[in-house]
Design a binder for this molecule. Sequence first.
Ligand SMILES: NC(=O)c1ccc[n+]([C@@H]2O[C@H](COP(=O)([O-])OP(=O)(O)OC[C@H]3O[C@@H](n4cnc5c(N)ncnc54)[C@H](O)[C@@H]3O)[C@@H](O)[C@H]2O)c1
Length: 266
Amino acid sequence: MAATSKAISQAAVERFDLRGRVAIVTGGGKGIGKIYAREFARAGARVVAADIDGDAAETVAREIVGEGYEAIGLRTDVADADAVELMANAALKKYGTIDVLVNNASLMSVLPRRDWMEIPVEEWDKVMEVNLRGMFLCCRAVAPTMKEKRAGKIVNISSSRVWEGTPLRLHYTTSKAGVVGLTRALARELGAYNITVNAVTPGATLSETQVASSSGNYLATRVVGRSLERPQTPEDLVGAVMFLSTAASDFITGQTLNVDGGKAMH
Ligand SMILES: NC(=O)c1ccc[n+]([C@@H]2O[C@H](COP(=O)([O-])OP(=O)(O)OC[C@H]3O[C@@H](n4cnc5c(N)ncnc54)[C@H](O)[C@@H]3O)[C@@H](O)[C@H]2O)c1
């Protein structure tokens, strides 16, 4: 088909436009979060990469700035209410507003895969503390700014384990199911303010941290049953998270978008 020489409409540009948007990416120092931070910045967003690994977050921000885009890196423990308020304040101080929150930080790759009876109670509590309380605290910290301007996008990272009931990290799978519940209820709480809250469920993804903590055999088994039968990369998730962060998804809220190469269908 011949390419059209007509300029694309302004509406078409604005629909997927992230330029100038201020996006906080938690867990943005490593793994998939690092790729979200980098790709959002490359799309023109001003990025706050917040991670409990402050050095990693600062390195990501430095690399983004080195490419000529905008970012800051912060050491933030999402499970710590004071630290999360500091994160939101730092974003406001640096960039003046908050448009997007990508709740990506999580305890996952550091967790051993083991029988559920062997999970220490302290580890169960820690997973809930980071993966659920952390998400609640981050939403709470950005909500006043988003409510005031009656606009905002919250994207919560869950997991395709929720659809598959994947065993051996029972606490992790349970916490990611909680993310779906939080997303649905918070969408109703924030709808009146024109703030959308959605979730994404990635399939097993070859993030650097996942690869380092998994056997090749395990990762190979995760590919089986996908409609698109190949390994999933962090880049495979970027488009879905961006879609839920832009005007293109303005009438979608409380939903969970599965990005796993067509394994689970719901
Ligand atoms: N990689 C996968 O196969 C996969 C599959 C489904 C869902 N996910 C989800 O996608 C997201 C990213 O996955 P990943 O593979 O990069 O995971 P990961 O475990 O490697 O990365 C999580 C990031 O969160 C940070 N973090 C941990 N605790 C924190 C805390 N208390 N405060 C702030 N930051 C903290 C880590 O330093 C790390 O940068 C996670 O939410 C994960 O649960 C990943």
